[in-house]
Structures are given as structure tokens and as C-alpha cells.
Unconditional design. Structure first.
Length: 99
């Protein structure tokens, strides 16, 4: 392969990679914002627990457990998506360890 052909292929690939990186960043920011919102809702429910009766506690407990599960699932799904799209992004790429 000639140097000019390689340069042309690199020049063609570069903007595609930059666009993909931007897309991944946008996705990550969106997922983080969603997770932060869920976390804040969970914190609010926890605060409500401080001033509840035993009966109300049982009702809130169910909601709190559901919120925690949703938050954990959302986080795990987002993490899996980003690991799949770019193992290097989260330090998961073992094929080329740092020097």
C-alpha cells in the first residue's frame, strides 16, 4: 500500500471516528443526566423516610426498592453499552495494556 493511499484512508476515517466519539459523548452525557435524576429522586424518597410512620414506611420501602433497582439497572445498562462501544473508554481493553 502506498503512503498516499494510506494518507487518504486515514483522512477519510478521521472525521468518521470523530463523529462517533462525539456521538458516544452525547450518549454518555444523556445517560449520566438520567442516572443523576434517578439518584436525586431516590435521595428525596430517602429523606421522606425520616418523617414517616411504620405504615407509611412500608409503602415507601416498596417504592424505594423499586427506584434503587431501576437506578442500578440503568447504570449497568449504560456501563455495558459504553464498554461494548469502546472498551478503551473505561480501561477495559486488555489487548494493548498501557506502558
Amino acid at each position: 500500500m502506498s503512503s498516499k493511499k494510506l494518507d487518504a484512508e486515514i483522512a477519510e476515517l478521521k472525521p468518521k471516528l470523530q463523529a462517533k466519539a462525539t456521538e458516544l459523548q452525547d450518549d454518555a452525557k444523556e445517560k449520566i443526566a438520567e442516572l443523576e435524576k434517578e439518584r436525586d429522586a431516590l435521595k428525596q424518597k430517602a429523606e421522606e423516610l425520616k418523617n414517616t410512620s411504620e405504615e407509611a414506611w412500608e409503602e415507601l420501602k416498596v417504592g424505594l426498592e423499586k427506584s434503587w433497582t431501576e437506578l442500578r439497572t440503568g447504570f449497568d445498562n449504560a456501563l455495558a453499552k459504553f464498554k461494548k462501544s469502546d472498551p478503551k473508554l473505561l480501561g477495559e481493553d486488555k489487548s494493548n495494556p498501557p506502558a
